[in-house]
Design a binder for this molecule. Structure first.
Ligand SMILES: [Zn+2]
Length: 648
């Protein structure tokens, strides 16, 4: 083991976090982070604690200063109304009474459908969902999308599987339905009946829901239908009336994610008795509204959430109230940018992003498995990919949204309807290419296939992802690989189906596509079967896109850093070479502690794999890592060259 200095100036990584008892060659994630993981405790209010969550937590403190001092009436109003527990406790279950009455007054199946439509407008989930997004095959237009839904548990398998974890969560959900119903006024006998009916209907919905692995497949969820065709597919729902009531009147065509689901729901409208549907709807009103009510409701919600997340303590009221400001997120974001976002980091980012695009293009040109014809198209797509960094050019003003500082419940319902109407208005408008799907204060990034763009909100442009004072190795490994990750999404198993204009349209030669699909299989088989908690494994198909993006991010960031080193002097820091520092910075980016309950939830629902895999997985496929740390056959991270997964 070489000598690593523990006394060092700041360079973005603290070598005291290295665990020298772990061999870098066997488990690099724990080697780089073991010291930190050992001395860090997950705060009781958290279910996970690491690079992303800590930065989010710090950002929340900045946002708290804004919401408690701002003069912006909407931001201030939402926050004040949310944190005013005195008023909320006084009102108890009262605010949701009008919605429950709507449900109780249902007398016919026609009424039932009208009320479902009304609830959808207000943002209450029931049965299915509708939203507006680009038409995947004609990205110059918006289209209405119908999507399966109506479940209370996180995912269909929680209803259908009898494995220990699904049974555990299901039992807790049943208890939760009973308790929340009782709080809303039901007797013990009624609560029992409600829980049985709800579980029965939701299980039926789960049985006809598309699996999550298929639901992330862009082709499997694209079914363009005329309204007449939809009506024929699901005759017991008056769709023209539903669209009229949900502010999408007169549409002629739409995209249905899961036709089989809608066929089955239509049948259920007929076969399930009206009284049972009413019970189901009233439960969804209570469940969706409960977080807007008094302490008693919030405490019960938290008790149920604990089963899923393992969180020990409820978050402080200010943090919960801050969460509510998401409904006016861009108004808050504009102030966040004014107070906290240095323009310099945006400029440095611009340069860094251009760097990475350069490297990407160069790598595509050199790929040995892709034909010249497909390469040309890939480069056209890459060059057309737009980059949004920091914050939008225009911020949403929320015109017409009424916010009262003593009416939290009303605020959130009005906001729900305001956002719903805004969505539906898009159907009559040209594509808004300036729109952002994340606020500037979000610690995250995304790739949008339909827009062919990658987006980096201001809040992620901070350590450990990016810090102007840190060593370039850490910045390239951090934000460099985040940028590479997002670019690669445009070329992952799904993104690669979309062309330069954002249309789902094959631009590959058949032989290249076949080779690409063959190569991507290695990611699935590597991740499949990695056990994250006893009996719960990573789902290779569900995490395929993210795992490919992680690999691409690493490869691109590393090469960009090598280019940087050619132009700048190589140096040793803390006794570490530039490459060693790069890999340490890379591992630091994903360091995270999470509770067992949360780990299981994430493995069963999240398309991102568990933290240590997100580091060790890509590294075990990456030759420069082998060279830097002298990985040999027999080391646990070793893979034979033919079994390594790499596409880009
Ligand atoms: Zn991703």
């Amino acid at each position: 083991m070489k000598k690593i200095s523990k006394k060092q100036g700041y360079w973005g990584f603290d070598t005291r976090n290295i665990d020298t008892k772990v061999r870098a060659q066997d488990d690099f994630y724990h080697y780089a982070n073991g010291g930190w993981l050992r001395k860090t405790k997950i705060p009781p209010e958290e279910s996970r604690w690491g690079s992303f969550t800590i930065l989010r937590y710090n950002t929340e403190h900045q946002l708290k200063k804004i919401v408690t001092t701002t003069k912006h009436p909407l931001v201030r109003g939402v926050y004040r109304s949310a944190i005013d527990m005195k008023t909320r406790n006084k009102l108890g279950a009262g605010p949701m009474a009008p919605l429950r009455l709507l449900v109780r007054d249902i007398k016919t199946k026609e009424d039932l459908l009208k009320i479902i439509a009304r609830l959808h407008v207000l943002g209450v989930s029931a049965g299915w969902g509708s939203m507006v997004d680009q038409d995947s095959k004609d990205s110059s237009r918006y289209a209405l999308h119908l999507w399966q839904g109506g479940l209370g548990l996180p995912e269909r398998d929680y209803y259908l599987l009898d494995k220990p974890e699904q049974k555990r969560v299901r039992a807790a959900y049943i208890a939760h339905i009973k308790k929340l119903s009782a709080l809303a006024g039901a007797s013990a006998k009624e609560s029992e009946q409600i829980s049985r009916t709800v579980l029965d209907i939701e299980t039926k919905l789960a049985q006809v829901s598309m699996k999550k692995e298929d639901a992330r497949d862009s082709e499997k969820v694209y079914h363009k239908l005329t309204v007449a065709q939809l009506q024929k597919l699901s005759p017991n729902i008056d769709w023209a009336d539903y669209f009229e009531r949900t502010h999408a009147p007169g549409i002629k065509t739409l995209i249905v994610g899961q036709p089989e689901f809608f066929k089955a729901v239509s049948a259920m409208i007929k076969t399930v008795p009206l009284e049972e549907w009413k019970t189901y709807l009233e439960w969804h009103v209570i469940s969706d509204c409960s977080s807007l009510l008094s302490d008693r409701f919030i405490r019960e919600n938290f008790k149920y959430a604990q089963v899923l997340t393992g969180q020990k303590k409820m978050r402080a009221p200010w943090r919960r109230a801050l969460g509510a400001t998401g409904v006016v997120g861009e108004a808050l974001g504009a102030e966040y940018i004014n107070r906290y976002s240095p323009a310099a980091s945006k400029r440095t980012m611009d340069a860094l992003v251009s760097d990475l695009f350069d490297v990407y293009e160069n790598r595509i040109k050199k790929l040995d498995w892709m034909s010249a014809a497909t390469k040309r198209k890939a480069i056209v797509k890459l060059r057309a990919m737009k980059r949004k960094i920091g914050y939008p050019t225009k911020f949403e003003k929320y015109k017409g949204l009424v916010i009262e500082s003593d009416d939290y419940f009303g605020n959130m319902l009005r906001a729900g309807e305001w956002h719903h109407r805004k969505q539906m208005r898009k159907l009559r408008k040209p594509i808004d290419r300036a729109e952002w799907h994340m606020t500037p204060q979000t610690v995250n990034a995304y790739c949008n296939f339909g827009m062919n763009e990658i987006v980096f909100p201001a809040a992620i442009l901070q350590w450990p992802f990016f810090d102007a004072k840190a060593d370039a190795a850490v910045n390239y490994a951090g934000i460099g690989s985040v940028i590479g990750h997002e670019i690669t999404h445009g070329f992952d198993d799904q993104g690669s189906k979309f062309d330069a204009k954002g249309n789902m349209k094959s631009w590959w030669t058949a032989a290249d596509r076949k080779r690409f699909m063959q190569k991507s299989k290695a990611f699935v088989s590597q991740a499949n079967g990695v056990e994250v908690e006893p009996g719960v494994h990573i789902n290779g198909q569900l995490t395929l896109g993210e795992n490919m993006a992680d690999m691409g991010g690493l490869v691109i960031a590393y090469e960009a850093y090598q280019r940087y080193l050619k132009k700048n002097r190589r140096s040793m820091v803390a006794g570490l070479s530039p490459e060693e520092r790069f890999f340490l910075g890379y591992a630091q980016m994903e360091r995270e502690l999470s509770r067992p309950e949360f780990k299981k939830l994430a493995a069963l629902t999240d398309p991102h794999a568990e933290a240590s895999w997100r580091i060790n997985g890509p590294l075990s496929n990456f030759e420069p890592f082998y060279q830097t740390f002298n990985i040999k056959n027999g080391d646990r991270l070793y893979r034979s060259p033919s079994s390594r997964a790499q596409v880009w």
